[in-house]
Design a protein around this ligand. Structure first.
Ligand SMILES: [Fe+2]
Ligand SMILES: [Fe+2]
Length: 195
């Protein structure tokens, strides 16, 4: 498999961990309890900075090449390319709403905040699913090694501040929560195996 697609898939797995954390907090919020707004803001700070400025632009290179080579891909590729823009917009909107809430700057209705968060998390999950189910397999079929090499050369490589070699100071708390979530999941799996 192309190294580019391997990296994109690995980045999806990381994004899903953040969506799982977000969903936990949104469920708490929906139940009428107090969610961890700081944690939600950390998730959104990461998602609006790293994937929106790094993951999606990488995909744009792959998708545009696929679009040139495969006219049957236009519909799904155009949908994904448009979603890169709408997700960035919706992500910033939700992040700013959370920031207002954390800093006590904005008086926001709970329903509005919950709606922004749910809409964003669902849109992003569906977006990842469509890429993995429809676009990546198609790109793997159609693009040739020259295409992948050219894309690889054009990709700007950047350290990932959360899932990379070193965790940035501002994401330490979020990193701890991801470890906690992974531990919970492996304990649940172990319990299910022995049941
Ligand atoms: Fe994407
Ligand atoms: Fe993606």
């Amino acid at each position: 498999m192309s190294e580019v697609i391997k990296r994109l898939n690995a980045e999806h797995r990381n994004i899903v961990k953040l969506l799982d954390l977000l969903d936990e907090e949104l469920a708490t919020f929906h139940a009428g309890d107090q969610p961890n707004f700081e944690l939600m803001l950390d998730v959104m700070d990461y998602l609006t900075h790293y994937p929106d400025t790094f993951h999606h632009p990488k995909e744009d290179l792959v998708f545009n090449r696929l679009r040139q080579l495969d006219s049957g891909s236009h519909h799904v590729v155009d949908k994904q390319l448009k979603e890169h823009e709408s997700l960035a917009r919706e992500g910033i909107e939700f992040r700013n709403a959370l920031r207002g809430m954390v800093n006590d700057e904005a008086l926001m209705l709970r329903d509005t905040l919950e709606h922004l968060g749910t809409r964003y998390a669902e849109s992003l999950r569906n977006h990842l699913y469509t890429e993995e189910a429809q676009v990546f397999p198609r790109a793997l079929n159609v693009l040739r090694s020259d295409d992948w090499n050219e894309i690889d050369e054009r990709i700007s490589h950047r350290d990932d501040p959360l899932f990379g070699e070193a965790v940035a100071v501002e994401f330490q708390d979020l990193f701890e929560e991801i470890l906690r979530l992974e531990k919970d999941i492996s304990e649940q799996d172990a319990t299910a195996d022995t049941a």
